[in-house]
Design a protein around this ligand. Structure first.
Ligand SMILES: Cc1cc2nc3c(=O)[nH]c(=O)nc-3n(C[C@H](O)[C@H](O)[C@H](O)COP(=O)(O)OP(=O)(O)OC[C@H]3O[C@@H](n4cnc5c(N)ncnc54)[C@H](O)[C@@H]3O)c2cc1C
Ligand code: SF4
Length: 325
């Protein structure tokens, strides 16, 4: 690890005034410090924002407002989250470990980097780590890689669980730019596909600081489930995950949400399957058809064809589990 300066700030304005091309914010540090130890991130200065941003969770009439510094543990254990947005709590609890969830912040979770093994191995080409150096995963070990939305520049997947629930529930990210403007980014536009800039994971302006996220009030609290399939049952990232939420009128589906992790460079919404489910009766046959529609155009790489049936099964299970609450 290289030497660096460290400064603690007391407000978002102070933090963004200090931000430059060679400095980085640090919240819980659970991702950034690992990246610094491996010389993947090499900031000259760390700006400690732990006392600069809110960690409160506000249950408002319009929905939920979560401060950027609210820990993953605090969000998962919050009474209003459990009662009104249980999908969020389920997704967070499927991730990491109690110790990491204690340290991990809400904003940090959104901005964690991919777990592609080549990204962490500085002896190999990786467009995300070193622009235009090539992608080692495409012709290499790609069993963890994407089956949707990728291109020849990068086949990495987004690693978060929390973000999959936020994508399903149409959250919004609020940030403050260096010139003190507040910007709001719909969650489904927050993370990006590789395009021709695979080194960028999201559409947050480089100098912006996330202040909070908002989740609109919804009618999914009674029927939601998160299914995560992974190599170990704890302390492992998703091979595939599915967040499912249904708004039911009796047995009829008024509205459905389906999102996945471990599938693409960003949290992936299955819009066609959601549309198919709308107005249908909530039966196993409908769930099976929705899952079939979702996976029909996916294109696996050399080592990750197993993800397609796995994903299909996880979708059906998540939809069925959402009925059994
Ligand atoms: C062993 C291990 C297992 C894990 N397993 C899982 C898992 O199964 N599922 C899962 O979802 N996650 C998992 N994680 C990831 C973990 O959830 C993230 O590391 C954590 O959420 C990051 O939050 P942090 O506050 O520690 O971020 P930091 O490491 O402090 O920061 C991460 C990035 O966010 C930036 N940042 C932080 N706050 C702001 C802000 N307010 N505005 C702008 N930029 C900001 C930082 O500059 C940095 O670039 C795991 C991590 C580890 C180490
Ligand atoms: S998939 Fe992306 S992160 Fe992995 S080696 Fe290729 S460019 Fe790097």
């Amino acid at each position: 690890m290289r030497p660096f300066n460290f400064e603690k700030v007391k407000s978002a304005a102070e933090a963004s005034a200090m931000k430059s091309a060679v400095s980085q914010y640090i919240a819980g540090g659970t991702n950034l410090v690992d990246l610094m130890k491996k010389n993947i991130a090499q900031p000259e200065k760390l700006i400690d924002i732990t006392t600069a941003l809110s960690d409160t969770i506000e249950d408002q009439n319009t929905g939920l407002k979560i401060g950027a510094m609210a820990s993953n543990r605090k969000v998962a254990d919050d009474k209003a989250v459990i009662e009104k947005f249980p999908l969020i709590s389920k997704a967070i609890l499927a991730g990491a470990s109690p110790q990491i969830r204690n340290m991990a912040s809400t904003a940090g979770n959104l901005l964690q980097r991919t777990r592609c093994p080549y990204f962490y191995d500085i002896t190999t080409p990786c467009n995300k780590r070193k622009p235009n150096s090539g992608c080692s995963a495409i012709g290499g070990a790609n069993r963890m890689s994407a089956v949707a939305g990728y291109n020849e520049q990068c086949v990495a997947v987004h690693p978060s669980d929390f973000c999959i629930a936020l994508a399903a529930l149409d959250a919004t990210v609020t940030a403050q730019t260096k010139d003190h403007k507040e910007i709001k980014i719909p969650f489904t536009d927050f993370h990006k596909l590789p395009e021709n800039t695979p080194w960028l994971d999201n559409n947050l302006p480089q100098d912006a600081i996330i202040t909070h996220i908002e989740i609109p009030a919804n009618a999914f609290s009674r029927h939601s489930a998160y299914v995560k399939l992974r190599d170990r049952t704890s302390y492992a990232f998703a091979l595939v995950s599915v967040a499912a939420a249904l708004n039911l009128d009796g047995k009829r589906i008024k509205d459905a949400r389906l999102a996945s992790g471990g599938v693409a460079h960003k949290p992936w919404r299955w819009f066609e399957a959601e549309k198919f489910l709308q107005g249908k009766r909530a039966t196993e046959e409908a769930f099976e058809e929705a899952a079939r529609l979702a996976v029909k155009d996916l294109k696996p790489l050399s080592e990750n064809g197993y993800k397609i049936p796995m994903l299909q099964g996880a979708m059906i299970t998540a939809l069925k589990n959402s009925m059994n609450q």
